[in-house]
Design a protein around this ligand. Structure first.
Ligand code: EPZ
Length: 428
């Protein structure tokens, strides 16, 4: 298994180009199931999760072809899809188990074919992450759902889903995406109340509307979808990854350096930018991105609580905790979205961080001026990136094990960081 070796202590300086968003590309890929006409998706990041979703679509009978897309010194992937020949509605355990977002094929399969058999996603390191809200909503739309042998067996009563009024009892990104896609081909109107408002939801709605769907309100807590008979060809470019952008902004902050974060949209990162500015870090919007300057910063501790968008993103909580471990004073971090998203804490403590977890939702961090390098273990995607950040600021050498977690969501992270002065290398 690959490891990452990092020698900390160098302030980062330079430019980092943010890639297309993993959490936008995955639902966009699932949406290609909805039409038998060819689809094109560009600015796709080269990530393990994208390969997993591609394998799942191929397993259903979708034909995919990808090619490198180069614009200046920015590279990405362009994918062509042909879902006219789908010959299976089964998403098998061995594929779904590798990536929970596979459950996003459930809504599109039901909408287009009237049936689907999708393995129940297992839990993962950060929590049980059930899909009950997805299933309850699909039942309201007329699906008959039977859980058997670890699979979701879903069928529509008379071959087509019916529009319905859905009120999510708690905000769910995947649930909102599954229902929005399912509703595009349902009979009549679907209204989703308490919908997730993430930029990735807006991006998905934008693409679906280009395919001929009738969706209004994406990006607000109320989304209205009027079903249509069929969806057509469309081309779409994936929005840039706000979580990756936030991670590199914190890399500049924790190393007391200065980075231009490019291909990034600061408006999708308001909550993070506000917190970093409050901590004493200079953030300035520029064309095509923003500058993070912490060279002269005295970084102060602060309190954060993760919330659904536009609140502070749970996917940046671990990275923020690494920064707070090197700030002046104490910080309180409250994780309100997932029940077990502090797996990075014991690893950060091995590097000298002073952190106390209270219950399973809050942690007190008492900042220290230097962390020290150590051998640590990645446990999940965002925890891995928080260990990278701590290592960049730590004194001496850090070895991070199990970095396959990292490769799920960060494209070429060691190349992007070493181009800005980081002493980081992947050990095969
Ligand atoms: C998406 O996961 C993201 N993944 C996650 O990013 C992100 O952390 C999460 O949204 C929250 O923003 C993708 O977009 C592929 P949820 P998702 O449904 O859709 C509970 C990363 O690091 N819940 O909004 O699975 C659930 O257990 C990943 O890139 C139910 O109880 O998240 C959680 O506590 C990690 N029942 C909360 O809701 C359900 O049916 C939010 O989950 C669905 C969810």
């Amino acid at each position: 298994m690959d490891k990452m070796k990092i020698v900390g202590g160098t302030p980062l300086h330079g430019k980092i180009y943010v890639s297309g968003a993993k959490n936008a590309a995955l639902p966009l890929f699932a949406a290609t199931i909805l039409s038998k006409e060819p689809q094109v998706i560009t600015n796709v990041p080269n990530l393990a999760d994208i390969k997993s979703m591609s394998s799942l679509l191929e397993c259903l009978g979708v034909k995919l072809a990808s090619e490198q897309y180069v614009k200046g010194d920015y590279k990405s992937l362009k994918y062509n899809f042909d879902a006219s020949g789908i010959n299976s509605v089964v998403a098998p355990y061995e594929l779904v188990n590798k990536m929970r977002a596979s459950v996003l094929v459930l809504g599109p399969l039901l909408a287009r074919f009237g049936e689907a058999k999708v393995s129940l996603p297992g839990g993962c390191a950060i929590g049980t992450r059930p899909v009950d809200l997805h299933l309850d909503a699909l039942e309201k739309m007329g699906a008959v759902i039977d859980l058997d042998g670890g699979y979701i067996n879903a069928k529509t009563k008379n071959g087509r889903l019916q529009g319905a009024n859905i009120i999510f009892p708690k905000v769910t990104v995947g649930g909102t995406e599954n229902i929005m896609m399912a509703a595009t081909l349902a009979e009549g109107r679907t209204v989703i109340a308490n919908a997730a408002q993430e930029p990735e939801i807006q991006d998905l709605a934008y693409y679906l509307n280009k395919m001929g769907a009738k969706i209004e309100g994406a990006g607000t807590s109320k989304i209205i979808i009027d079903g249509v008979e069929e969806l057509h060809s469309a081309e779409h470019s994936v929005i840039s990854d706000r979580i990756e952008a936030a991670t590199y902004a914190i890399a500049a902050a924790i190393t007391r350096g200065k980075l231009d974060i490019l291909n990034a949209t600061i408006s999708t990162l308001e909550a993070v930018a506000t917190v970093l500015t409050d901590c004493g870090i200079m953030i300035e919007e520029i064309d095509n991105g923003f500058i993070v300057d912490a060279e002269d910063s005295i970084i102060m501790g602060t309190d954060i609580m993760t919330e659904p968008y536009p609140g502070f993103p749970t996917d940046v909580q671990a990275q923020m905790m690494a920064l707070m471990a090197t700030a002046n004073g104490a910080s309180l971090v409250t994780e309100s979205i997932f029940e077990n998203r502090f797996m990075h804490v014991p690893e950060l403590m091995r590097m000298g961080a002073d952190i106390n977890i209270h219950g399973n939702a809050s942690a007190i961090i008492r900042g220290k001026n230097r962390l020290s390098g150590a051998e640590v273990m990645a446990t999940d995607l965002r925890a891995s990136s928080s260990l990278i950040l701590a290592a960049l600021a730590g004194r001496g050498e850090t070895i991070i094990n199990r970095i396959y977690h990292l490769d799920r969501g960060y494209e070429k992270i060691e190349e992007k960081l070493s181009a800005c002065g980081a002493n980081i290398e992947r050990i095969k």
